[in-house]
Design a protein around this ligand. Sequence first.
Ligand code: FAD
Length: 404
Amino acid sequence: GLTGNKGWKPHWRSPEPQSEYDIIIIGGGGHGLSTAYHLAAKYTDKRIAVLEKGYIGGGNVGRNTTIVRANYFLKGNSEFYSHSLKLWERMEKDLNYNAMHSQRGILNLFHSDGQRDAAARRGNMMVNQGDDAILLDREGVRDILPYLDYDNIRFPVYGALYHKRGGTARHDAVAWGYARGADQRGVDIIQNCEVTGIDIENGVVKGVQTSKGPIKAKKVGMVVAGRSSQVAAMAGMQVPIESTVLQAFVTEGLKPVLDNVVTFGMGHFYISQSDKGGLVFGGDIDMYASYAQRGNLPTTEHVIDAAMTLMPMIGKAKLLRSWGGIMDMSPDGSPVIDKTHVEGLYLNCGWNYGGFKAVPASGDCFAHLIAKDEPHPVAEKFRLDRFRTGHGIMDEEGTGSQHN
Ligand code: FAD
């Protein structure tokens, strides 16, 4: 049995923090670990630490519904997520780690002529970006998803935008893979180490205060997802982020029944089947600001209503459990990867519902920014000041992209 195997080693070390680093990354979620990995892999000779207040995989990176895709509509997002999907496609090889990345295809259903037009426009943008998109009619969808409710009069299925390279991945394996890869390249991953203050002198970052004592640093990256407002406030910043709960649900394990990822176009609902057999699904955020990692029943009811409308067969499955994570919602639904007003202090936040698929590119681009002090070409529109200048990237109408 598992307990009998005494030869297994931890995937990463558990060092005590040093008194000083070149670069400190605050937050050991997917984005923080990916940033540390890309920094250590590309910009060697730097002493790097990731400071995580809890444990690796305990945040949103281990709580999401694992959907990975590159089907955005607007410039800014489309090239970034295209880059991210390419990094997903080589991640397991790069990390030598099985993240169970499964390109099983995503079908975004549409239910009206207007939605079909929007899907066609989005599909064209995806193809122009170099990614894949196929517009399916109703019979094309029926071939792939015969169990949907095609007789539904209120929300008839008109067709779907089919993104074959989209799919899922094992979320916590992604965190573990990046953690191990960063550790192997010399990054100190320090768990149970909460950052409680940011030391700034004459407009220049000098280090951080933590639950394990002060640590000096030349550069500091804030990558704390749902806690972005709180950590940025330590540097005197008020960021345009609201933290809200997003719930997810899983049924008991079933035999293979759902081969793809499916999203419902007339409500917030998306679903796939995990390799263990559970139907994994989610919907919209609980519509109030909160730092609780659990949601409330009205949203649960709303999500399950949508599930029953789309695929009545789900009613036979038993719901096993549900959970929540804290979303860092930005005003336009797009992220921020930018410098701050403090020299040496950088901000990565605003991933909304959709930051899991961004993990590889976000780390790559944030590492680039921190190391070179200039934005990576595919992330140059993710400026913090766009909310002041009016250059928001409001992708939702075109894509439904903030739904998962
Ligand atoms: P986290 O894992 O939350 O990492 C942030 C870390 O910062 C945490 O570990 C936290 O403990 C740490 N931290 C906070 N404050 C401090 C401090 N003061 N000091 C030190 N450490 C600190 N995205 C998709 O692309 N596809 C999906 O299908 C999808 N579904 C989702 C479903 C749910 C239910 C949820 C909750 C999210 C979903 N997302 C999805 C979104 C995605 O999970 C997040 O956008 C992404 O994980 C956020 O980045 P992260 O992994 O770095 O966050």
